[in-house]
Design a binder for this molecule. Structure first.
Ligand SMILES: CC1=C(CCC(=O)O)c2cc3nc(cc4[nH]c(cc5[nH]c(cc1n2)c(C)c5CCC(=O)O)c(CCC(=O)O)c4C)C(CCC(=O)O)=C3C
Ligand SMILES: [Fe+2]
Length: 347
């Protein structure tokens, strides 16, 4: 029925010379100010111009291949990206050359919204169009932000992070979830029009609620990180650093920061949290622990295998959230008419 799995991701530079051209691909036509780009170049160069994202994706693929092998599932796994090599256009061309007729696509974003869902649909459509006649049918797997295996992995990561705090802080540390900020207009446009919008921030809130409940915490915060737009454009707020200021002034002594919005420890996690937010916490004199992302956990690969089995074996979709189940698309058609429409950006 399906003859391959494609892991579709964001992409990142592998060496210093890649950084500028990669960022040009990411931000083409998106109204990101040049000052912001110069800053982000520095973040990548701080890590030798190598984004951690490619190695992390290769590790996820290896874990999935291992599980396929031990289950006797013969499904080759391909890797393609939106913004850097291997580019999804090249990968889909290779799949076509290998005789792949129909493939499932696992996107490395768990979320709805333009950046997390619809833009991956656009990538699929663009890659198929580039191949032209005979391009494989590409079925994207559904959103998985509330999958029980994902929630379990994040919950354990929170517990492990808590254990790294000074003993006096362990019980009282404030649990703070982060996700990538997006323009408020993009959040308003997120989801099928009849569901009232703001699907991305509502999903992030729901995931945070599920993970907090899994560790027995009922009072937590959801804040945002890594905004890139010009200052006059409203993005989801507060930023994690401003939030740390507010928490410290209110007497909080320690925080556990959980980047629930990201599936792996890529650059925006290791720079914006492990470098900038951690520094801010040190300046404020508050304890800081960062929870690991779910991608490196064996349950994440198990979840991918289970999402595949929903299509290949009719396994029932397991999920803990109550919001609409979305994201499963065919050949890059959006989830619904008018779903997550790209918002026009100021020049
Ligand atoms: C919702 C969301 C996710 C989560 C869903 C998903 O995972 O897809 C995500 C992931 C990621 N974002 C990443 C990197 C970047 N994102 C940027 C810019 C932007 N992100 C946005 C949103 C998101 N981004 C938006 C609205 C912009 C503004 C420009 C635009 O409208 O498109 C820029 C430009 C420079 C800057 O301003 O930061 C960079 C370099 C990397 C790779 C990191 C690495 O290399 O390890 C990853 C996984
Ligand atoms: Fe981003």
């Amino acid at each position: 029925m399906f003859d391959a799995l494609l892991l579709l991701s964001f992409g990142g530079p592998d060496k210093p010379e890649d950084v500028r051209p990669f960022l040009e691909n990411v931000t083409r036509g998106r109204g990101v100010p040049p000052e912001r780009l110069d800053e982000v170049v520095e973040h990548y160069l701080h890590f030798g111009g190598v984004s951690p994202i490619n190695a992390l994706n290769h590790a996820i693929i290896a874990a999935v291949q291992q599980q396929f092998a031990s289950a006797g599932t013969e499904l080759p796994v391909y890797f393609g990206n939106r913004n850097w090599h291997p580019m999804v256009e090249d990968t889909v061309a290779r799949m076509s050359g290998d005789g792949v007729r129909r493939a499932l696509v696992f996107p490395t974003s768990a979320w709805g919204g333009y950046s997390g869902c619809r833009q991956y649909d656009e990538d699929i459509a663009r890659a198929r169009a580039a191949v032209g006649e005979g391009a494989p049918e590409l079925v994207k797997l559904r959103q998985y932000y509330d999958h029980p295996l994902m929630v379990d992995a994040v919950a354990d990561a929170i517990t492990e992070a808590r254990a790294t705090l000074a003993s006096a802080h362990r019980d009282s540390a404030r649990l703070v979830f982060t996700a990538h900020s997006i323009p408020v207009s993009a959040d308003v446009a997120a989801g099928p029009p009849d569901l009232g919008g703001r699907l991305y921030s509502r999903q992030v809130q729901e995931a945070a609620q599920l993970c907090a409940a899994a560790v027995g915490v009922d009072d937590f915060d959801v804040v945002w990180q890594s905004r890139s737009g010009p200052p006059q454009v409203p993005w989801l707020e507060p930023d994690i650093r401003d939030h740390l200021d507010a928490l410290a002034s209110a007497g909080t002594e320690a925080v556990i920061v959980c980047p629930v919005g990201f599936v792996s420890d890529h650059l925006e996690v290791v720079w914006d949290l492990d470098t900038e937010a951690r520094e801010r916490a040190a300046e404020l004199g508050i304890g800081f622990a960062r929870a690991a992302t779910a991608g490196a956990d064996h349950r994440f690969a198990r979840m991918i295998v289970e999402l595949v089995a929903e299509h290949t074996e009719g396994v029932a979709a397991r999920r803990l959230g109550a919001l609409a189940q979305l994201g499963c698309t065919v050949d890059g058609a959006p989830c619904a008419v008018g779903c997550c429409e790209p918002v026009r950006r100021p020049r």
